[in-house]
Design a protein around this ligand. Sequence first.
Ligand SMILES: NC(=O)c1ccc[n+]([C@@H]2O[C@H](COP(=O)([O-])OP(=O)(O)OC[C@H]3O[C@@H](n4cnc5c(N)ncnc54)[C@H](OP(=O)(O)O)[C@@H]3O)[C@@H](O)[C@H]2O)c1
Length: 254
Amino acid sequence: MTVLVTGGSGLVGRALAARGATALGRPALDVTDERARDEILTAHAPDAVIFCAAMTEVDRCATDPLSEAINVAAPAAWAREVPVWFVSSNFVFSGPGPHAPDAVVRPVNAYGRQKARAEEAVLAAGGHVVRTGWVYGHGGRGWASRLPALEGTWRAIDDWPVQPTWADHLADALLLLPTGITHLIGRDETTWKGFARAVSAELGRGRVEGVSLAALSLGPRPDDARLEPASLPGFREAVPQWLSRGSGTSSTPP
Ligand SMILES: NC(=O)c1ccc[n+]([C@@H]2O[C@H](COP(=O)([O-])OP(=O)(O)OC[C@H]3O[C@@H](n4cnc5c(N)ncnc54)[C@H](OP(=O)(O)O)[C@@H]3O)[C@@H](O)[C@H]2O)c1
């Protein structure tokens, strides 16, 4: 079976590539380029496409018109051509959670609204949706991925529930190609402060200081984006494996 991955140079795409999927990143494949899509589909004749390409900078999606093309139009168009497993986000929800796969979506920001609209289009075309959240791993752009390489005090949100999800565990489960709408997220619930403490304990260094979500002056965030069922192993199990593989030392910029 041929599994093709879009967004292949991203965190999840690389984890899928490491497991044998054919992962294409930019510039080889821009998902908004219809001609490139058709050429790639002809060349690879994939049985399944795991759609990881996305504009993932949450607040940028509110202002950058390209986000609509990448996050909504592209997955919708691909799903009309080929069986798509669309990697969506827990940010399609807001509280109170944890949210079941069949719960009504209620996004509070542009990124979440785009993911929700893309989900609807992909499902209507016969594709599948996998929602995840708070993913970390080797070379990731997010704060959690970069944590072990951060200097000084680690300021970590202490009033927002999270379910940290190791990219390797997510990739293993994605390759099973679950049908319909599936939630794949780490089963241990904590805060980013709790996660930072686990990383600090494992590394034997790092000073953790709590900060409120509101103090970071980010754009709108769901008050509660927890998913149920939390089906993947949790961070208590994953963090030692992640760090023992040297994955925490990346200095990839945000
Ligand atoms: N990471 C998380 O915590 C998280 C949480 C919930 C859902 N998700 C979803 O999981 C999926 C994978 O995320 P990730 O963590 O792997 O994010 P990521 O590391 O930011 O990777 C996303 C990739 O998409 C690529 N991309 C952007 N625009 C593209 C385009 N027009 N054509 C082709 N590729 C394009 C990016 O390429 P460039 O590097 O060239 O920009 C990047 O490599 C996304 O759909 C994301 O929304 C992630």
